[in-house]
Design a protein around this ligand. Structure first.
Ligand code: HEM
Ligand code: HEM
Length: 190
């Protein structure tokens, strides 16, 4: 089922959700390791890979938001208080904003640093966001790092709430976002 309905997230929404989660984990780990490497020419490919993967996350976030505009959202679990539904929506809006802000701030840093042209996996040249500005380099790098940690904190809270739904409230909230293959395996065990 490609589209979501009142009970379930569809496979497209699940694909976007879990692919982006995995890419962000990989990007975060890569970014943190990368900045500790000695600044030598042989680390350039690592930086280029981080930038390309980050731009991929940005493109996926755009596609995800476009799909969301066409796709219905499953109903809130029965009996969920209004404040909780509102808080969930606000949390999701913040996550969406960060999904754009983190890669955009990396792209901005790359643009003000303007060390070399930016390519997506060596294939497509991506324009810089404005001209070189060495005075902004440090601020842009700090913005990218801080936004990343804000994303980590908000996503950790979001994952914790999903686990509370599953193990404490025992509702369908986590199950209906679970990849279909894992849902089937879980059902087979019962
Ligand atoms: C979801 C996407 C992204 C995530 C999660 C991410 C995460 C990170 C993290 C955790 C760091 C290390 C920060 C530090 O400790 O100083 C980093 C550094 C960096 N990122 Fe990203 N990043 C993303 C996208 C991008 C994009 C799209 C670009 C450029 C087009 C980019 C360019 C850079 C650069 C150049 C650095 C090194 C900064 C420095 O030298 O201080 N990132 N990133
Ligand atoms: C980088 C990490 C993550 C990000 C950026 C993220 C982002 C999002 C966003 C934006 C939504 C809203 C979907 C929509 O309304 O269109 C969502 C839904 C959801 N996420 Fe995540 N998520 C992350 C990690 C996780 C993890 C680790 C879990 C599970 C432990 C999880 C479980 C869920 C569930 C169950 C929903 C559906 C909520 C509902 O039906 O109301 N997410 N996520």
């Amino acid at each position: 089922m490609l589209k979501s309905d009142a009970r379930q997230w569809g496979s497209v929404a699940k694909f976007f959700h879990w692919t982006i989660v995995l890419l962000i984990l990989a990007q975060g780990a890569l970014g943190l390791v990368m900045v500790e490497l000695p600044k030598r020419p042989d680390v350039i490919p690592v930086y280029d890979f981080h930038k390309s993967l980050g731009l991929t996350v940005l493109a996926l976030a755009l596609l995800r938001l476009a799909w969301r505009a066409l796709d219905p959202r499953p109903a809130d679990p029965p009996g969920m208080p209004r404040w909780q539904a509102r808080a969930a929506r606000a949390g999701h809006a913040v996550l969406y904003a960060l999904l754009f802000a983190v890669p955009l701030s990396g792209w901005w840093f790359d643009s003000v640093a303007a060390l070399r042209p930016l390519y997506w996996f060596g294939l497509i040249e991506i324009p810089h966001l404005g001209g070189a500005n060495p005075a902004l380099k440090e601020f842009a790098a700090e913005t990218h790092e801080t936004l990343f940690w804000v994303l980590v904190a908000v996503a950790a809270g979001h994952a914790a709430v999903a686990l509370v739904h599953h193990f404490h409230q025992r509702d369908e909230v986590l199950r209906r976002m679970w990849p279909a293959a894992l849902q089937r395996r879980g059902a087979a065990k019962v």
